[in-house]
Design a protein around this ligand. Structure first.
Ligand SMILES: *Cc1c(COP(=O)(O)O)cnc(C)c1O
Length: 393
């Protein structure tokens, strides 16, 4: 007999039983709906990079435990990428760490940098693993809510300032931002950086969508602002940039003390991961600018297709400046509860979406918002847009 009086999942994590993605993907499978819930591409990344992984596997590179910090080729490629794109110089040996995707990087950073009771100020809505990782580290999350303003979700810098207390240890930033598609401007980032310096805070910044910015939006790494290099852990990933989300190759760049702290935790989470894929990602990071331009253009066209379809179907559509996602407001459709709406959408229109409320502590603030992913084949998006017309009728 097990001890059934006490729940198996501990109290720290009780609220994180199952993710909404599991529920919604199951709903998509059982109803045959088009799954625009979870953010993964339905086509694989460049053939050349897949072949590089095959070659590494065949040549016996990475089939045994790779070095704990990551293979030297990949660490050098990450450092070269940060230098070439942003003018940020990192030593591949002491300032770069390869992780099992950005997810492990986030968890390891928070487990390494937080004492129990430390407060973490994070932008709300937030990527779902943030809350769980803060909880695992015994930290307290303090959300600062992005709010709709002139057709997009924006950060209120006064609110951010007011959220910082003497107990705040770090700011957890995500730009380009999932799920809202907001890209923080240079001015906003400068203000975040000033605050971090003034209050002597650490910053963990999730920049996995760094290459997915559209129109005239521009991604600027927080680490590039004055006083930030020594206090910032920057997180990147190959999953979103190269459309290989199953490979789970992510990385951390930062000052030696910060990277050493994250490495201390990482070595006991997975130790190492994705051996042969690390060699392939090293090649991917060195792809010419034409790859990134073509990828961005393709995603921009998909965004435009889905945004137009959602507008026609009657949603209010917020402007997506970056990421894979469009956030909508369902109130123009006469709806107010995103959960109920998403549970009924497969039946009503044969499409699956995600209620943004799951990304909020202030659930009511997120209630009318629903997220759709556009990282799908054009034919799939066209079919989804056609089905969503049922809502307008
Ligand atoms: C997808 C995603 C991640 C996870 O990246 P992996 O490399 O697959 O672990 C982290 N942060 C954000 C904002 C994401 O959308």
């Amino acid at each position: 007999m097990t001890s059934s009086a006490r729940p198996h999942l501990n109290r720290r994590l009780a609220e994180f039983g199952t993710t909404i993605f599991a529920e919604m993907s199951a709903l998509a499978a059982s109803t045959g709906a088009i799954n625009l819930g979870q953010g993964f591409p339905d086509t694989d990344g460049p053939e050349q990079i897949r072949e590089a992984a095959v070659r590494a596997l065949r040549d016996g590179r990475g089939n045994q435990y790779p070095p704990g910090p990551g293979v030297p080729e990949l660490r050098a490629a990450i450092a070269a990428h940060q230098l070439r794109r942003y003018g940020l110089s990192y030593d591949p040996d002491t300032e770069v760490l390869v992780t099992a995707g950005a997810t492990e990087a986030i968890a390891a950073a928070l487990l390494a940098l937080l004492e129990p009771g430390d407060e973490v100020v994070a932008l709300e809505p937030y990527y779902d693993s943030y809350a769980a990782s803060i909880a695992m580290a015994g930290g307290r999350r303090v959300p600062v809510t992005l709010r709709p303003h002139a057709g997009a979700f924006r950060l209120d810098l006064d609110e951010l300032r007011a959220a910082v207390t003497d107990r705040t240890r770090l700011l957890l930033i995500n730009t380009p931002h999932n799920p809202t598609g907001t890209v923080l401007t240079r001015e906003e980032l400068a203000a975040v950086a000033e605050l971090a310096v003034e209050r002597d805070l650490l910053v963990v910044t999730d920049e996995v969508y760094e290459h997915l910015v559209f129109d005239d939006a521009e991604h600027t790494p927080l680490a590039s602002f004055p006083g930030m290099r020594e206090r910032t852990v920057t997180i990147g990933s190959a999953g979103k940039t190269y459309s290989f989300t199953g490979w789970k190759v992510g990385w951390v760049t930062g000052a030696p003390g910060l990277v050493a702290a994250v490495r201390s935790v990482k070595q006991y989470l997975t130790y190492v991961a994705s051996g042969p894929f690390q060699y392939a990602v090293a090649e991917a990071l060195a792809l010419p600018d034409s790859y990134f331009t073509a990828f961005r253009e393709d995603m921009r066209a998909k965004r435009d297709l889905l945004a137009a379809g959602l507008t026609d179907a009657g949603f209010e559509v917020f402007r997506t400046a970056g990421t894979y996602f469009i956030t909508t407001d369902i109130r123009p459709l006469g709806e107010t509860d995103g959960f109920a709406f998403c549970r009924s959408l497969p039946e009503r229109a044969g499409v699956v979406a995600i209620p943004n409320a799951v990304f909020y502590d202030h659930r009511e603030a997120g209630a009318p918002f629903v997220r759709f992913a556009f990282c799908k084949r054009t034919s799939v998006l066209e079919e989804a847009v056609g089905r969503l017309k049922a809502l307008a009728g």
